[in-house]
Design a protein around this ligand. Structure first.
Ligand SMILES: Cc1ncc(COP(=O)(O)O)c(C=O)c1O
Length: 339
């Protein structure tokens, strides 16, 4: 397996890798299937999640460019914002977060403040409102002599995607050690950075499999084009001239429920299943929806029960403790479940 073009994580201690990869025995038994999990919920940084991998490269970029401030944006319950605040605290950067109203002081938003980030509430969830506010905050930081690095939503730049190029190599190595050929990797996709990094990584490793099964949690129509372009730029930054047509990028639009950030019944059921059968925490915005897709596809026969599949757990559990989701999470814990 050629690994010479896979970028090596430049900062120690931001993401603890390799994360574990293991079989989900009770879930597999429940569905008479072969289900494995990659634990990127355990990347370590501030309760973990996929953004730790991206931020280890992005924070290094900030150091190289002599920046002193990280600025990023997201939803009130953004995991990316929480981990950006944490990496800033860890490495001594100032941090400004532009978050979408309605204002929230719980879950991820509570942790943002604990890490010392300055929060700016944009008046709504619209991308234009968020980016206008990011611009204003950047200008303000520059006007007082600050040196900001603006990190886009989800850390979705080629440098951020290096985190998942390296994760693909890690998965290939762990699968080889375990003697398993995964038919597909199932994961939640929002800004497309995780997907793009995996795609570029698979290309750089020269391995055709596993199939990358992205479960959209937002913008499913736009994602194929975004991912194709980001993967191409990421691969180019690693010295490859690979490119993808939009049509070659598969994004599954069946499980997101039509609104980013809103829980779905299937996602909540999946959260309950993983919690009670495996002691693993998912979240209502990302990993719960991806796990819903996994379970539905096994139930419907779309995934053959003998196929070893890998669920990439991208994190997100701090949202379970937010007031935004307390009602739906309480409902999972009180419904009758036959365990
Ligand atoms: C927990 C979790 N899972 C998945 C994603 C989606 O990752 P990406 O933005 O790289 O598509 C995010 C993004 O914020 C996330 O926080």
């Amino acid at each position: 397996m050629p690994t010479d073009r896979i970028p090596i994580a430049p900062l120690d201690g931001v993401a603890f890798c390799p994360t574990p990869l293991h079989r989900l025995d009770r879930l597999s038994a429940e569905f008479d299937a072969e289900i494995w999990i990659k634990r990127d919920d355990l990347t370590g940084l501030a309760l973990g999640g996929n953004k730790a991998r991206k931020l280890s490269y992005l924070a290094s970029e900030a150091r190289e460019r002599n920046c002193d401030t990280l600025i990023t944006a997201g939803a009130a319950q953004s995991n990316h914002a929480r981990m950006t605040a944490a990496v800033a605290a860890m490495l001594g950067f100032k941090c400004h977060l532009v978050l979408a109203a309605p204002q929230d002081q719980t879950g991820n938003a509570l942790l943002d403040r604990l890490f010392g980030a300055e929060i700016h509430w944009a008046p709504g969830n619209d991308w234009k409102l968020l980016s206008d506010e990011v611009r204003r905050v950047c200008d303000e930081v520059l006007s007082v002599g600050g040196r900001p690095l603006e990190i886009p939503l989800g850390g979705a730049t080629p440098v951020g995607c290096f985190g998942y190029v390296a994760a693909m190599a890690e998965i290939a190595r762990q699968a080889g050690d375990a003697g398993i050929d995964f038919s597909r990797i199932i994961f939640a996709s929002g800004t497309g950075g995780t997907h793009a990094g995996l795609l570029a990584g698979r290309e750089l490793l020269g391995v055709p499999a596993p199939r990358l099964h992205a479960v959209a949690v937002a913008q499913p129509d736009a994602l194929p084009k975004i991912v194709a372009s980001l993967a191409e730029r990421t691969a180019a930054a690693c010295g490859s001239d690979a490119s993808w047509a939009e049509e070659e990028v598969f994004v599954d639009a069946r499980y997101w429920g039509g609104t980013y950030g809103e829980a779905t019944q299937g996602g909540l059921d999946a959260i309950g299943l993983l919690a009670t059968l495996e002691g693993i925490l998912l979240d209502p915005v990302y990993s719960g929806k991806a796990a819903h897709g996994l379970i539905e596809m096994i139930n419907s026969g779309e995934i053959d029960r003998s196929e070893p599949v890998l669920f990439l757990h991208t994190g997100g559990a701090p949202a379970l403790f937010s007031s935004a989701f307390s009602g739906v999470v309480t409902a999972i814990t009180t419904e009758d479940r036959d365990l």
